[in-house]
Write a protein that binds this ligand. Structure first.
Ligand code: PLP
Length: 391
């Protein structure tokens, strides 16, 4: 028998794969999932309060989501945006109606970063300006423009230069807005509730101040609702919750509930300025993505999941300030549990007790991003586990 020349260098199959080593790995392997539960290879059942990083809005295996994918795959699995399709038009209408904001046009893409990339490009193009204001603590994605407005991205940015000048402002500091947002500012991009930044809500008053300064200077306001949108705050979008309307709104994650989708919503004024060929994508707005979007929004409406998010979020706030948790911030199902000890230690201790949560950019904030179907009994499990941890 011959031995492969590199046999000694190849670890056994169970421990070797060819994936880029860029993600720290949780000590679990998930092989199945249903509703809010994950099943691991070694047979554990884990309560998922992380939702695949805010993606699993309907939980796992939702019948409506499965049916939409299967039906559309059999009917027409793909056609490009050059070919009109009813399912694409229906998904756009449903999304605009779900939002209920004075934004009337949708450009479908594949991810949050791509939605932000397009929003920032449109802002620079339509205003003819070359500066963008972003918030400290922000996360907007990994592509050239999205990463340029992401706080702390210089650690991994990599490109020789940014596509525009960026001015970061401290969160919730209304006084800093006047000097930062000027007649040179193309756009202000803000997550109304920061996700990676630690479930940090900007609040109505601050967002109103940002919007008002944008109006005064002609800067465009972009709400990045990639993480906080599509019902996660208990409202269609955080824009609805706070009553502040942006010129553009980007979203992704929960919108596809596990299928990769993203969307850029535009005001009528901006939509009117679009020229043929100005934006483009191969997969964005594909029929399977659109069938899923339609199904997700229908499920949120018909199963009254926004009511559930609001009610169960209130319960978490009521029941879970105990053990290592000193307070809770954020909105709906984008919550930050402020912890006495490092959040990563609480995360690890909860995972040992079969509860998956998330950490955040704030070392003292543990993030909860559960599926919208989470119920009161699950909150009691979390409360009991927290009570069992050393404060
Ligand atoms: N914007 C926000 C607020 C996010 O939380 C993320 C991802 O975590 C992104 C943008 C980037 O989205 P994606 O990873 O889909 O490109």
């Amino acid at each position: 028998m011959t031995t492969p020349h590199n046999a000694a260098a190849v670890p056994p199959p169970a421990t070797r794969d060819h994936l880029a080593r860029v993600f720290a790995q949780y000590p679990i392997e998930v092989v199945a999932a249903d509703d809010v539960w994950l099943t691991t290879r070694d047979g554990r059942r884990i309560l998922d309060l992380y939702g695949g990083h805010a993606v699993a809005s309907l939980g796992y295996g939702h019948p409506r989501w499965l049916e939409a994918l299967e039906h559309q795959a059999r009917e027409v699995s793909f056609q490009s945006n050059a070919v009109p399709m009813d399912v694409r038009a229906r998904a756009a209408t449903r999304l605009i109606e779900f939002a209920g904001l004075p934004l009337d046009t949708v450009f479908f893409v594949n991810s949050g970063a791509e939605a932000n990339e397009n929003a920032l490009r449109l802002a620079c193009r339509t205003t003819g300006r070359g500066r963008v204001v972003a918030m400290e603590g922000s996360f907007h994605g990994r592509s050239a423009a999205a990463a340029a407005v992401t706080w702390g991205s210089e650690k991994w940015y990599g490109f020789p230069q940014r596509p525009f000048a960026v001015d970061f402002v401290p969160r919730r500091d209304a006084r800093a807005l006047e000097s930062a947002i000027t007649d040179d500012t193309a756009a202000v991009i803000v997550e109304p509730v920061q996700g990676v930044g630690g479930a940090f809500d900007m609040g109505r008053e601050y967002l109103e101040a940002v919007a008002s300064r944008c109006r005064a200077t002609g800067a465009l306001l972009i709400f990045d609702e990639v993480q906080c949108g599509v019902g996660r705050t208990g409202y269609p979008f955080a824009a609805n919750l706070y009553g502040v309307v942006p010129d553009m709104l980007t979203t992704a994650k929960a919108l596809g509930a596990g299928f990769p989708v993203g969307a850029l919503l535009l005001s009528p004024g901006l939509a009117g300025e679009l020229k043929l060929g100005e934006l483009g994508t191969t997969f964005g707005g594909g029929p399977m993505a659109c069938a899923v979007i339609e199904a997700v929004l229908a499920a949120i409406d018909e199963e009254k999941l926004l009511d559930n998010v609001r009610a169960v979020s209130a319960l978490i706030r009521d029941r879970c300030v105990l053990g290592p948790v000193t307070g809770i911030q954020g909105e709906g199902f984008l919550l930050g549990l402020r912890t006495r000890m490092p959040a990563r230690d609480v995360h690890a201790a909860l995972l040992e007790r079969d509860i998956l949560t998330g950490t955040s950019g704030d070392p003292q904030v543990l993030r909860l991003l559960p599926p919208f179907t989470l119920g009161a009994a699950h909150v009691e499990m979390l409360a009991a586990a927290l009570a069992g941890l050393t404060p």
